[in-house]
Design a protein around this ligand. Structure first.
Ligand SMILES: NC(=O)c1ccc[n+]([C@@H]2O[C@H](COP(=O)([O-])OP(=O)(O)OC[C@H]3O[C@@H](n4cnc5c(N)ncnc54)[C@H](OP(=O)(O)O)[C@@H]3O)[C@@H](O)[C@H]2O)c1
Length: 218
């Protein structure tokens, strides 16, 4: 594939200690309403909001842009990386409007195939997941210039390992969830500190009780 790679922003909403969920999976609303309102504005400023199937199955999210709960008429494209096409056709994610599903399987369930979801088959990466690098190239070739990843730690780590994250928008709430909570970024498999992914702080804002930090890849 050819084409210009879109700019990729990773949004994280975590506890002070970088956790996104308790060990038992409870996760929603760690950050404040102020931060959540800013996240909707951030979604609106991107061409595509990209998530992972883990988030779709855990949270049944819409991932739309809403002002005080009301959907905006103009929405960014919504897309999910879902290797085995497990996105529920009846779930809010599909029902909320146009959606693109990047998968890598021959057997898409009938209900999903019959839904309005756009199904895009892409190669797998070396770990057997649908390749995020290919999804992002596909989006770039389709003319999209900016992508915001809003996903769990698995897809966040995949994006960072693939060197695809240009910016991080990190909302941190004044709460500690501890080491048994799920990390915002899953294992990166680093073996030394010679070349870890490194970011430069660009801005720090107070967002109600939370802190909102913007980081650019160094
Ligand atoms: N606080 C926040 O900012 C925030 C945002 C979103 C979600 N969350 C929380 O995150 C939790 C879910 O985390 P998660 O890690 O399970 O979900 P995830 O990162 O959203 O999705 C992970 C899944 O995506 C699929 N996938 C497809 N291609 C992939 C690729 N190239 N790399 C990695 N994964 C790929 C994998 O399953 P297959 O390969 O089988 O398709 C994988 O298990 C929920 O509790 C949710 O509430 C928090």
């Amino acid at each position: 594939m050819t084409g210009t790679r879109p700019r990729v922003t990773l949004k994280l909403a975590t506890s002070l200690d970088g956790r996104i969920a308790l060990a038992n999976g409870v996760s929603q609303w760690i950050t404040s309403p102020n931060s959540r309102a800013e996240v909707h504005q951030l979604r609106a400023r991107h061409d595509v909001v990209l998530t992972g199937i883990g988030t779709v199955l855990a949270d049944n999210p819409r991932m739309t842009v809403r002002d005080n709960g009301v959907e905006r008429p103009e929405q960014p494209m919504r897309a999910v990386l879902d290797t085995n096409a497990r996105t529920p056709a009846e779930g809010q994610y599909v029902q909320a409007g146009p959606v693109t599903i990047f998968h890598s399987t021959d057997s898409v369930p009938n209900a999903l195939a019959a839904s309005h979801a756009e199904l895009v088959r892409i190669d797998r990466n070396s770990e057997g997941h649908a390749s995020i690098a290919h999804a992002i190239l596909w989006l770039g070739n389709a003319g999209h210039r900016s992508i915001m990843i809003e996903a769990g730690g698995t897809l966040a780590a995949s994006a960072i390992k693939a060197g695809l994250v240009d910016r991080i928008e990190w909302f941190r709430a004044p709460v500690l969830l501890g080491g048994d909570g799920h990390p915002a970024i899953a294992a990166l498999g680093l073996e030394n500190l010679e070349a870890p992914p490194t970011f430069t702080r660009k801005e720090v804002r107070v967002c109600g009780p939370d802190i909102w930090e913007s980081w650019e890849r160094s």
